[in-house]
Design a protein around this ligand. Structure first.
Ligand code: G4P
Length: 542
């Protein structure tokens, strides 16, 4: 392959995720993007197939029981000359760590907002994470088929609450019951749609201009006059659509629509293909900017998951390719030991369906079937000098001890728990009391414990039990601080010295008050909310 052919392949990659507050319509939009992208023929299958063993987007039993999306899925398909890699992110806040990891692997996002509710809490946090990376954010004001807030108010909120410039690419015609379609302000074309049952098929669409006579009759004379005035007012505001501002995350292009009826979905997809970012350079920890077009292969692990599919009980390591070309069976140094490892059995994924991959390009995600457990955040590269930042862990706020009831399934329990720790489903801390039979776990949210129990039972046949532990906070010491330096010290009531799985020393506190007390009594000690090798995240995104 020539360099220009490779450049072409890189330039047509669009790797993105959809972010939203739960219930804003992420799952529905995912499905409609697949429908318009030609990847599925009939919508309704993703949600309806929840009751079957195989689903395109949600696959774990627990997800079905709770109706939530726990583990992220990858959907890869071609549309409009582009290769689209859509990464699913769990919506629930208890899985924010998993979502954060996925967002390190994308080049753009689509932010879905319920147009009746405006910006909600999770949207704001996820937006902050994306802003930290300066990636393009496309906004969909969704559910316009229901009574919604005034479009100008919604735009104003984007600018005031999120502090991002907003450019309405489309403008709604009608609201709620009277929502008929959208006006494409850049192409000056009116798209009027008809509703079909739950939008299972593409919505029949009529494209015309603003002076279309039939359009006038769709709205009351007053509504029509108001609408025309609004469009003129927007045009008169003189804002221009600057693709460069979108690419750097300064401006969000805004689309109005309704995932359920499909209104406006195609316009969003088409603009996204055109203006969403292709793979961008990434910074190695030595400060070098690694261009995707560089011939040297590099990528990083952002997710590990075993037993995703009962038909394939194996471990998948998800790698985001950042530069060079990935080839099946290529050999790279092990990021931990430096010994050569062969990257065999690479898979391309579409929900649960897998296909073997021979070659993949920057922007692509490959799922490696590995015996070795690569760490989340590990860099895989043929140039050992390249290293991408470790993916930080969130500081746990809930703690519990886990053990297996009885001695029979001890081996399964240990094997399962080790696997879940490798996947980063949960964190563990070593205390003098913990050992082979019990472990102290730390979670960002309670649901993570439920996932651990559920998976240990169902995937490993273990019989686990969880009991709450009396801590609410963990803090890391500086790297290099040893246990014996603090073993004799008085730490405070209920405060415990422990180590994380990498061997870094931590303190577990029962209350914030105990933490303050410790700091007061040990003024020279520096404590951190993340482990020494990880970068701290601003509190606003956690
Ligand atoms: P999420 O992944 O962000 O959590 O949202 P999801 O797509 O699951 O949608 C949440 C609810 O909102 C669903 O209703 C869905 O049908 C509805 N919804 C999604 N997009 C639209 C839209 O554009 N307009 C309207 N009116 N509703 C929308 P549900 O009652 O929870 O489920 P269901 O019985 O409809 O399947």
């Amino acid at each position: 392959m020539t360099p220009s052919e490779r450049d072409h392949e890189i330039g047509r990659r669009r790797t993105f995720a959809i972010i939203s507050h739960p219930d804003a319509g992420k799952t529905t939009l995912t499905e409609k993007l697949l429908l318009y992208g030609g990847a599925i023929q009939l919508a309704g299958s993703v949600r309806a197939r929840r009751d079957q063993p195989s689903t395109a987007s949600d696959w774990m039993e627990l997800e079905k029981e709770r109706g939530i999306s726990v583990s992220s899925t990858l959907l890869q398909f071609e549309y409009g000359g582009c290769v689209i890699n859509l990464l699913d992110t769990p919506g629930h806040k208890d899985f924010s760590e998993d979502t954060y990891r996925v967002l390190t692997a994308v080049d753009s996002v689509i932010m879905v907002i319920d147009a009746a509710k405006g910006i909600e809490e999770r949207t704001r946090k996820l937006f902050e994470i994306c802003r930290l990376r300066g990636i393009p954010i496309f906004t969909l004001m969704n559910k316009m088929d229901r009574p919604s807030q005034d479009p100008l108010t919604l735009l104003d909120e984007l600018e005031k609450v999120l502090g991002i410039g907003a450019f309405p690419v489309t403008w709604p015609v009608g609201n709620g019951e009277t929502f008929r379609g959208v006006y494409d302000r850049l192409e000056r074309r009116l798209h009027l749609y008809e509703r079909s049952a739950r939008g299972r098929h593409r919505a029949p669409e009529r494209v015309s201009g603003i002076h279309d006579e039939a359009f006038k009759t769709l709205l009351s004379p007053k509504d029509h006059a108001d609408w025309v005035e609004e469009i003129e007012m927007l045009a008169g505001a003189g804002e221009s659509f600057e693709p460069a501002d979108i690419q750097t995350g300064l401006l969000t292009p805004v689309f109005f629509g309704s995932g359920i009826t499909n209104f406006g979905v195609q316009l969003l997809l088409d603009y996204f293909i055109r203006h969403g970012a292709p793979p961008q350079p990434r910074i190695s920890t030595d400060g070098r900017s690694i261009d995707p077009a560089s011939p040297v292969f590099s990528g990083f692990v952002f997710k590990v998951q075993a037993n995703m599919n009962p038909r394939h009980r194996d471990r998948l390591t998800f790698v985001r390719i950042c530069s060079g070309t990935f080839e099946k069976d290529m050999v790279v140094p092990d990021p931990d030991t430096g010994k050569p490892v062969r990257l065999s059995y690479p898979q391309k994924l579409f929900g649960q369906d897998r296909e073997s991959v021979e070659i993949a390009y920057p922007g692509d995600i490959v799922g490696l079937v590995t015996h070795k457990a690569f760490r989340i955040g590990a860099t895989l590269t043929t140039d050992p000098e390249i290293r991408y930042d470790e993916i930080p862990r969130f500081s746990p706020e809930a703690f519990a001890t886990i053990r297996n009831i009885g001695t029979e399934k001890q081996k399964q329990f240990r094997e399962g728990l080790d696997q879940l720790l490798d996947e980063g489903v949960i964190q563990a801390f070593k205390t003098p009391e913990s050992g082979l039979t019990s472990s102290l776990l730390g979670a960002v949210g309670q649901l993570q414990f439920d996932v651990v129990l559920h998976r240990l039972r169902n995937e490993y046949g273990a019989d686990p039990r969880i009991d709450p532990a009396p801590y609410t906070l963990v803090r890391w010491f500086d790297a290099g601080v040893r246990r014996d330096q603090y073993e004799e010290a008085y730490l405070g009531i209920g405060v415990k010295l422990a180590e994380d799985l990498q061997g870094y020393l931590v303190l577990l506190f029962p209350t914030a008050w105990a933490l303050d007390y410790f700091l007061e009594k040990n003024p020279g000690t520096r404590l951190h909310t993340v482990s020494p090798q990880a970068k701290a995240l601003p509190a606003s995104v956690i």
